[in-house]
Design a protein around this ligand. Structure first.
Ligand code: NAD
Length: 252
């Protein structure tokens, strides 16, 4: 079936999993895409967007917007900019996230709050801002990037796992609240993916983590992006409130 061309926003989409999602959506479902982020190379958002646009190379427009996902006013400003530049918003990917790992004994209150604000409150901020136009047009696809540690926990990640478990609860509630307006809300729980976030792990740590991964390799950002694109396609129209683990079999 010929897909309707859509317009997407990806938070934290300048690199890593977010950028891979932006590119995959541009290749498959979208006529224009926008990333929001706090920082890009040289702080030049237009130049960074142009670079990704050239990388995609199929005429899909790419826009960049400087916004802190943990700030509600910034989220509203992103949606306004998206409506102005792309004419609307059909897809929202809540991807922005950070880690500040430590055992609880050593975890500061500031690091707990920071991770909750960037990983969880951001999802509230962007969803609340984006559903206004989506409800009006009676169409929307929202995909939240959670984590397997939001399902099973992980020593040293009390802040991060709580934020991701929060994202999963939020996803299910939004699926129930927004279903009557034809807005699908799902989450993905990535396993162990090769990005800046996991680059700080040394070879021994990686090897130890891989013993719990039946497919015996780290995932690539594209492994996540392809599943996101599926959830944003009409093939997944009858799916909402789901959490898909994309983790090489780590959690089953
Ligand atoms: P990454 O560090 O490469 O990307 C994170 C992006 O979020 C960056 O572009 C960063 O600038 C942006 N960001 C950080 N704070 C922000 C803020 N306040 N406002 C807006 N943007 C902000 O890491 P990644 O691995 O690509 O992570 C993407 C998502 O995937 C995160 O939500 C992460 O928790 C999740 N995830 C990653 C893994 C993994 O193994 N890499 C596993 C599970 C889940």
């Amino acid at each position: 079936m010929e897909e309707k061309k859509l317009r997407a926003i990806v938070t934290g989409g300048s690199r890593g999993i977010g950028k891979a999602i932006l590119i995959e959506l541009a290749k498959r479902n979208c006529s224009s895409v926008m990333f929001s982020d706090v920082i890009v190379e040289g702080d030049d958002f237009d130049a960074h967007a142009k670079k990704i646009e050239e990388e995609i190379g199929n005429g899909t427009k790419v826009y960049g917007f400087k916004a802190d996902a943990s700030n509600f006013a910034d989220a509203e400003a992103t949606i306004e900019a998206a409506i102005e530049k792309m004419g609307g918003v059909d897809i929202l990917i809540n991807n922005a996230g950070i880690t500040r790992d430590n055992l609880l004994m050593r975890m500061s209150e500031a690091d707990f709050d920071l991770v909750i604000n960037i990983n969880l409150k951001s999802v509230f901020n962007y969803t609340k801002a984006a559903i206004k136009p989506m409800m009006k047009q009676r169409f929307g696809k929202i995909v939240n990037i959670a984590s397997v540690v939001g399902l099973i926990g992980n020593a040293g990640q009390a802040n991060y796992s709580a934020s991701k478990a929060g994202v999963i609860g939020f996803t299910k509630t939004m699926a129930r609240e927004l279903s009557s307006r034809n807005i699908n809300v799902n989450a993905i729980a990535p396993g162990f993916i090769e990005t800046n976030m996991t680059a700080k792990l040394n070879e021994n740590q990686k090897e130890a983590l891989l013993t719990n991964v039946p497919l015996k390799r780290m995932g690539q950002p594209e492994d996540i992006a392809r599943v996101v694109a599926f959830l944003c396609s009409s093939d997944a129209d009858y799916m909402t409130g789901q959490v898909l683990a994309v983790d090489g079999g780590m959690v089953m």
